[in-house]
Design a protein around this ligand. Structure first.
Ligand code: KIV
Length: 283
């Protein structure tokens, strides 16, 4: 029987029952189909695709069109999974109108279930407008890669009392603005735990410890594909980077030694046709 897609009501229910929602990023059809087969509760088509797929040093260059194309592939790969499109830099910061229009593009063109955007109180007008437009919006606080320049780099956030209090206030403002869920990134677990217990909406962690309603990981980290750097909070469950290089090296060696393609990889002439061809060539 195929898996049934979760609704926001079921995500709320999971929080109430203290069941951990587990999700991962995916950027393409095949990763999404494996994620769905593995039973992920949600998939984020993160703007981390800029780093994991396109090799940019950050997420700032990522465009709306890139995000839409990748969401479309993910939706085809995971038709029965709750999919969140990630709003890229400058798709929601300039004005509330642009934010609503771009959030709508994710829904109309890529059939996502929700969108996510980064920031605290300063993006609450956008969150409210998108929610008023009938769409599900997830907030994202703590380390926010699109504004990592202001944060002094890809650094843990909320590690002192003042910064932690500000994060808690941002989280409350996001809930009040109408977000259906919140993602907290690279924050000490104690702070994430307070946010989870303060908010009614589900609070998910990426690098914010177990005191959360769910866990998110980047697929390229889980699989050991992303090589540029490894954040402290990453657990690599595979080393597909090394395995891929080995597979490619074996193919190079086999082809150079004429061990590939072998007999079983080649097509056969129909019986008797080779003789006919030779006769034709003689004429
Ligand atoms: O783009 C992304 O994958 C994200 C995660 C870093 C949370 O926003």
């Amino acid at each position: 029987m195929s898996k049934k897609k979760l609704s926001r009501i079921q995500l709320d229910q999971m929080k109430a029952e203290r069941k951990t929602a587990v999700w991962i990023t995916a950027y393409d059809y095949w990763t999404a189909s494996f994620a769905e087969e593995a039973g992920m509760d949600m998939i984020l088509v993160g703007d981390s695709l800029g780093m994991c797929i396109y090799g940019y040093s950050g997420t700032v260059p990522v465009t709306m069109d890139q995000c839409i194309y990748h969401c479309e592939g993910v939706r085809r790969g995971a038709p029965n999974t709750f999919i969140i499109g990630d709003m890229p830099f400058l798709s929601y910061q300039v004005s509330v109108e642009e934010a609503v229009r771009n959030a709508g593009r994710f829904h109309k063109e890529a059939a996502v279930d929700a969108i996510k955007l980064e920031g605290g109180k300063r993006v609450c007008p956008q969150i409210k407008a998108i929610a008023d437009g009938g769409m599900l919006v997830m907030g994202h606080i703590g380390l926010t890669p699109q504004s990592s320049g202001q944060q002094g780099g890809f650094k843990a956030q909320g590690r002192n009392a003042d910064a932690a209090k500000e994060l808690i206030e941002d989280a409350q403002a996001i809930e009040e603005a109408g977000a259906f869920a919140l993602l907290v990134e690279a924050v000490p677990p104690e702070v994430c735990g307070i946010i989870r217990d303060t908010l009614k909406i589900p609070v998910y962690s990426i690098g914010a410890g177990v005191e959360a309603d769910g866990q998110l990981m980047i697929c390229s980290d889980v699989l050991g594909i992303f090589q540029a750097f490894t954040p402290k909070f990453v657990k690599k469950y595979e080393n597909l980077g090394a395995k891929t290089v080995d597979a490619f090296k074996n193919y190079v060696a086999d082809a150079r030694n004429k061990e590939f393609p072998a007999d079983e990889h080649t097509y056969k002439m129909i019986d008797g046709e080779m003789e006919k061809l030779q006769n034709l060539l003689k004429q």
